[in-house]
Design a protein around this ligand. Structure first.
Ligand code: ZN
Length: 129
């Protein structure tokens, strides 16, 4: 049905998509979910609540939820006068992939007793064309 173009360049959402429930045209929309922006197609018929999540974004979102629900056990090491913990590479790589974040400075807060938080630089939204 399609020619052999790279699916990343030839975005399926650039096609005219008709709702399979009611046959009306679907419109592009960005949905925000847990701080994650997902591309979707939403039915233009207001009575019909059909929507299609972009398959690439869906995969990324699932990966994100998966990481979010994971608990990592990391060890504290004394390095000079500080303690160091390792941040699992898969978390940092995922953030890098998503946000093109390269800053190595993070903010650390003593949030609560028994809890520290790390804040990565506030990031601009990933730009998509
Ligand atoms: Zn519909």
């Amino acid at each position: 049905m399609n020619n052999q173009k790279n699916p990343m360049q030839d975005d399926i959402f650039d096609n005219k998509i008709l709702c399979k429930k009611c046959g009306k045209q679907m419109n592009k929309k960005k949905i925000s979910k847990n701080g994650f922006t997902i591309r979707a197609m939403v039915c233009s018929n207001s009575k019909c609540h059909s929507k299609i999540i972009h398959p690439i974004d869906k995969q990324e979102y699932e990966k994100y939820i998966d990481l979010k629900n994971k608990e990592f056990k990391v060890k504290m090491r004394l390095v000079g006068n500080s303690y160091a913990v390792s941040i699992p590479k898969e978390i940092v790589s995922f953030m890098n992939e998503q946000r093109k974040m390269m800053d190595e400075m993070v903010k650390l807060c003593f949030e609560d007793f028994g809890r520290l938080s790390l804040k990565f630089k506030e990031l601009r939204e990933k730009t998509r064309k």
